[in-house]
Design a protein around this ligand. Sequence first.
Ligand code: HEC
Ligand code: HEC
Ligand code: HEC
Ligand code: HEC
Ligand code: HEC
Length: 249
Amino acid sequence: MKPLFPKWTNLIPHAFLAGFLGLAFLLISGTWYYATPKFWEVGYMPEQPVDYSHQIHASKLGMDCMYCHNYVGESRTANVPSTSTCMNCHTVVDDKTGYLNLALSQDGSSPSPHWSNPELAKLREYWAKGEAVPWKRVNKLPDYVQFNHAAHINSGVSCYSCHARIDTMPHVYQAESLSMAFCLDCHRDPGQGMVDVHGVIDGDSPVRITDLARVQKLLTQPDYATTIGDRLAQRLRSAPPQHCAACHY
Ligand code: HEC
Ligand code: HEC
Ligand code: HEC
Ligand code: HEC
Ligand code: HEC
């Protein structure tokens, strides 16, 4: 007798199973990738206790990053400035008027809106209480990763490479994933992210590591790595590490 179903139909359940597994795989890997905190952390921009702007202080006023983040070139961790650093400028009071100098109109005669700026009022409050401003942390690696700011900065890796154009940000946000792949991409090919801090290439003038506008201009030149970056990388005393123990305890 002829079977009710032809033999090939035996394959149907297998096809279903394979299809189902494929779909499940896509779903799981998709969720894994997109729901992983790292994917979302790029752009993370918590609301800060005082509305402080890098755009005003670093770009408009031209302050160097290391005026405030003064340990970044010497230590593993970058520091966020204490309230007293802000108060170097924000408590300069004019003898005659009793107003903050910063808060005077341009001819120095009357108070400007700056005086009543509520954000600066908050800053003065923390200062009066002798408290640090409880800034919210933005960029953060997991505890099992070790990272060293000074090692990068002194060998010519600019803040720009990991924090982007923070000098143009009214509010700080996380600009890069800071994932393992992000670190290793540069460690495998450091020429793409190095600038000439010592002025050793072709008598070029040294690049200030915190001059993010100039660094951006250099690093985004199409032939930068092959013409300059790779030569800088060759001068490193040791190549950037790729072995696990360099970054993991
Ligand atoms: C006037 C002081 C001041 C200057 C100048 C300054 N910063 Fe900051 N920076 C701060 C303060 C305060 C915070 C914490 C509040 C915030 O995140 O907005 C901060 C936060 C940061 C953060 C984020 C920290 C975190 O939690 O992840 C980075 C990165 C940073 N600054 C880099 C820079 C760079 C690069 C420059 C130079 C272009 C610079 N800063 C100039 C005061 C300063
Ligand atoms: C070198 C001097 C200097 C230092 C240090 C400084 N500021 Fe300022 N800040 C200024 C000046 C000048 C202005 C006014 C800029 C303007 O309005 O264009 C200003 C403006 C501000 C404003 C008002 C911005 C607005 O929207 O008008 C805030 C808030 C502020 N600063 C917070 C801080 C904090 C917080 C720190 C410390 C992390 C700090 N400043 C350190 C000079 C300084
Ligand atoms: C090679 C990448 C890299 C470079 C270059 C770099 N940073 Fe960072 N930065 C990081 C990472 C990663 C973190 C988070 C560190 C952690 O969680 O241990 C961080 C954190 C910070 C913080 C927050 C520290 C805290 O304790 O709140 C500040 C401020 C900061 N960086 C400023 C700077 C400044 C200013 C420069 C340039 C002078 C700079 N960084 C250059 C990768 C970098
Ligand atoms: C844009 C390029 C670049 C990026 C991005 C970068 N690095 Fe590096 N890293 C370097 C260079 C260049 C060196 C070599 C420094 C030297 O030997 O002078 C280095 C060295 C190191 C070292 C050895 C430093 C020491 O203590 O001697 C560690 C650890 C390290 N990087 C960790 C990291 C981690 C973690 C990240 C990601 C969060 C990262 N790096 C991102 C370029 C980079
Ligand atoms: C240049 C620095 C660096 C090196 C070298 C490195 N890692 Fe990582 N690794 C990181 C960073 C940064 C993270 C954190 C990523 C995150 O926040 O999601 C990480 C995360 C991890 C994780 C956690 C899972 C994940 O992907 O988030 C594992 C597991 C890991 N690394 C294993 C290794 C092994 C094994 C090696 C050696 C083959 C290695 N790492 C070498 C920087 C490094």
